[in-house]
Ligand binder design. Structure first.
Ligand SMILES: [Zn+2]
Length: 303
């Protein structure tokens, strides 16, 4: 087991009564390329935070890091403390308020301090969780920004999903300003802060491979070939009843588009694609979330 180094610095707010200490880890002989890895913008999304801490440990044990890797493993400590998406101090969603406000509420101030680091980055990877029933995927505005597509194509995560992009998201605001930025969504999180260890280790591997391809880490790596998909299609329960999933997250749907059975009737989604989420067997009510599917993008070779 490698031990974690001391953080080089902290982002801290002025009010000493509020615990808003965000550790900032830097490694590398600098200056370029500069890679920013963020996690925990949403406090309960713990697999992303775990992967970020694993990256910090791994880089600390690596004597040959070129460029600069800045890792913020837990950007929203008060939201983390209650394992929720938002901070109890202002209930703001940190990933909807970038570039933040240096004079604002605690979450707005922290966002502005994270943004100060994001503006200086050449690449940004933001780690999140999509709940316990998801499979890892990259979320990117790859249709809009060629440099975001290139970054996504260097990550060994099997599927890249086109993002609709919401105002104030870190990767959206960075992409808009010409900085290649993506999210990796991972299984885990939720009110119990579940960490999916295998997905965390897989993400560590994907990040190290990215750093090798960017020549930040020494050695050779072949480029991965993720499948580029359209925006997620969410499948909800059409009625009340017993739901039995028929495809596991991480697998392709059959030609019939069946995601599961509800009271023995097929629940079908349009077209073919890749199953991103599918809930376990259970009694569901009309409108409940069942599954999410990433349709194969027309003209995109699947890898
Ligand atoms: Zn999130």
């Amino acid at each position: 087991m490698v031990s974690l180094p001391e953080p080089g610095a902290f982002i801290e707010l002025d009010e000493p009564a509020l615990r808003h200490r965000v550790p900032v880890y830097r490694s590398g002989s600098g200056p370029a390329p500069r890679i920013l890895v963020t996690a925990g913008l949403h406090g309960g999304e713990t697999t992303g935070q775990y992967a970020a801490f694993r990256l910090i440990e791994s880089l600390a044990a690596d004597p040959e890091v070129a460029g600069e890797v800045v890792v913020l493993p837990r950007c929203n400590p008060s939201a983390f403390r209650r394992m929720e998406r938002t901070s109890p101090f202002d209930e703001l969603d940190m990933n909807r308020i970038f570039p933040g406000d240096a004079e604002g509420t605690p979450t707005q101030v922290l966002a502005s301090r994270v943004w100060d680091l994001a503006r200086e980055a050449d690449y940004i990877v933001d780690l999140h969780c999509a709940g316990p029933y998801a499979t890892p995927y990259t979320l990117a505005q790859y249709s809009e920004y060629e440099n975001c597509r290139e970054l996504a194509s260097l990550l060994d995560i099997p599927v890249v999903v086109q993002s609709g992009g919401s105002e104030g998201q870190l990767f959206v605001e960075a992409g808009r300003r010409g900085i290649p930025a993506v999210i990796i969504e991972l299984p885990g999180g939720g009110p119990d802060g579940i960490i999916d260890l295998a997905a965390g280790e897989g993400t560590l591997g994907a990040l190290r491979r990215l750093l090798t391809l960017l020549e930040v880490l020494p050695g050779e790596a072949s480029a991965p070939s993720p499948a580029f998909c359209d925006q997620l299609v969410r499948v909800t329960a059409p009625a009340d009843g017993l739901y039995l999933p028929r495809v596991a997250p991480g697998n392709g749907l059959g030609e019939d588009g069946i995601v599961g059975l509800l009271e023995a009737e097929s629940v079908v989604t349009e077209g073919r694609g890749y199953c991103i989420k599918n809930r376990p067997p259970g009694y569901v009510f009309r409108g409940d979330a069942l599954a999410a599917v990433a349709p194969a993008a027309p003209g995109e070779a699947s890898g």
